[in-house]
Design a binder for this molecule. Structure first.
Ligand code: PRP
Length: 174
């Protein structure tokens, strides 16, 4: 398999994560318990690095989603793994590797609010701005990126490349 070219280096990722963690630490300094929710599988690498820098008390939980038939279409995001924890009355921070069309995050954000979270914010490492089809407010954003196919640091191509420590691009001819 080809080696993806570097879009965002490991150093740039880690420096930006330092900054985001600083913002989160300021914003949630008084939170009783922040429920940090990752969306499997892509968010895991980012979530681990981010939460190691968060000093507020946190609990960790996960969603896993899928789209019916594999294609992302409005209203067809399916929950494959639901949360274990109750979020009623809690501050919730949703952590994602990438917001693309926005359907996945829109669905999850609506569900978290419906379940009575005290507050819900979204932290996304990558924002593929031009691909957006539904509006999703990103409270903590790592990097805006072009409409290119990215891999690494949690993101996959056919389940490969998730463990790259940087964000890479697979060139079209590859
Ligand atoms: C990716 C990503 C988000 C979603 C964003 O997950 O981690 O969950 O797609 O896309 P959207 O904005 O178009 O809804 P994916 O479904 O590829 O699963 P994975 O994290 O297991 O790779």
């Amino acid at each position: 398999m080809p080696t993806p070219s570097t879009l965002i280096s490991e150093t740039d990722l880690q420096n930006r994560i330092d900054e985001i963690a600083g913002e989160i630490n300021r914003d949630y300094a008084d939170s009783d318990l922040l429920i940090c929710v990752g969306v499997l599988k892509g968010s895991v690498f980012f979530m681990v690095d981010l939460l190691k820098r968060v000093t507020a008390p946190v609990a960790v939980d996960f969603f896993q989603t899928a789209s019916y038939g594999g294609a992302k279409v409005p209203g067809e995001v399916r929950i494959r793994k639901d949360l274990d924890l109750s979020i009623r009355g809690r501050d919730v921070l949703l952590i994602e590797d990438i917001v693309d069309t926005g359907y996945t995050l829109r669905t999850i954000l609506d569900l978290l609010r419906f379940r009575g979270a005290k507050s819900v914010k979204l932290c996304a490492l990558l924002d593929k701005v031009e691909a957006r089809e539904v509006e999703v407010p990103i409270d903590y954003r790592g990097f805006p990126i072009e409409n290119v196919f990215v891999v690494g640091y949690g993101l996959d191509y056919d389940e490969r490349y998730r463990n790259l420590p940087y964000i890479g691009v697979l060139e079209e001819e590859q």
